[in-house]
Design a protein around this ligand. Structure first.
Ligand SMILES: O=C(O)CCC(=O)C(=O)O
Ligand SMILES: [Fe+2]
Length: 300
């Protein structure tokens, strides 16, 4: 039987937004990447564009060659836009992340075999504007931030939402399909990469272990996008969401999104406050939590 690496396609497959989750997960496991057409509707896209534009305009160009000296980046997107929740909770993005990352595991507490499933969290949000004249970015794996080893189970599912059309001339993200199966000794080459060509409103999903990079913009207009990373909950967030998103903003979000921003405990007990679920801190004082009976955390 051919290995998943051998059967990975060298193209990027596109699916409709009402595709079956099973099908999307299967493509992501095999190819590491997939394009979801019409990921956002026109109103949400216009809202995101309007919310992010002033911050991107005011941002300085990156100083590093890696980030791109003709590239502007805007962080802390939950602080800048009320449209982020819909992006992150899109059933094909959040659903795929849960399926790929939340693999049950177990541990022994004495003679008790305890089954645990890790949480996931928003680790990174960034708007990216690649301006005319920007060259292509070195190919890299985004899960390198966690010093992740390959091959093996994934720790990240990333999203790139096209805010303008992505073309091979204006800097569409370059992706090496199937490269999440490679070991850590193999270096990527541009010849193996394909551009994620897609219209505004479509989104590229890719595993953190897939080699990719921003493309060169040889046109006279900017390529705009926003990126999100969902990571395993037992890893440190790449962008510190507790500091990046003001608590008053967090209070306005749904419980699901609050938990994804890290106001949550990753089983069996990471991220606790006063040994309690940190989400309780959005409703109660730390003093109230400290005087509450300890939760049913079997490790404490
Ligand atoms: O802008 C892009 O298309 C990719 C950017 C990227 O991969 C990064 O900065 O890590
Ligand atoms: Fe990247």
């Amino acid at each position: 039987m051919a290995s998943a690496q051998e059967t990975a396609t060298h193209q990027l497959i596109s699916v409709r937004p009402d595709a079956e989750l099973d099908q999307v997960v299967e493509i992501l496991e095999r190819d590491g990447a997939v394009i979801v057409e019409d990921f956002t509707d026109a109103a949400a896209l216009a809202g995101l564009r309007a919310d992010l534009e002033p911050g991107l305009e005011a941002a300085a160009y990156s100083e590093s060659g890696y980030d791109g000296q003709k590239t502007k980046r805007l962080s802390s997107l939950f602080r800048h836009s009320t449209h982020m929740s819909a992006v992150v909770t899109h059933p094909l993005y959040l659903g795929s992340a849960r399926r790929l990352l939340q693999q049950p595991t177990h541990m022994w507490i004495g003679k008790v075999r305890m089954e645990v499933t890790p949480s996931i969290q928003i680790s990174f949000t960034q708007a990216i504007r690649i301006d005319p004249g920007q060259g292509r970015q070195p190919l890299h794996r985004d899960d390198a931030m966690h010093l992740w080893r390959h091959p093996g189970p994934p720790c990240r599912l990333q999203l790139m939402l096209a805010i303008t059309d992505f073309t091979s001339a204006n800097g569409a993200t370059l992706v090496v399909p199937g490269s999440h199966h490679w070991d850590d000794e193999r270096a990527p080459a541009y010849a193996e990469a394909v551009p994620a060509v897609m219209p505004a409103g479509s989104a590229l999903l890719w595993q953190g272990g897939v080699y990719h990079g921003g493309g060169a913009n040889t046109t006279d207009s900017s390529r705009q996008s926003l990126s999100v990373a969902l990571d395993l909950g037992n890893l440190r967030q790449e962008e510190n969401q507790y500091l990046a998103v003001p608590r008053e903003t967090v209070q306005t979000l749904s419980e699901e999104v609050q938990r994804l921003l890290g106001w949550d405990r990753c089983p069996p007990g990471l991220g606790q406050v006063e040994t309690q679920d940190p989400h309780l801190l959005l409703e109660r004082t730390q003093q109230e939590l400290a005087s509450k009976p300890r939760g049913a955390n079997p490790l404490t």
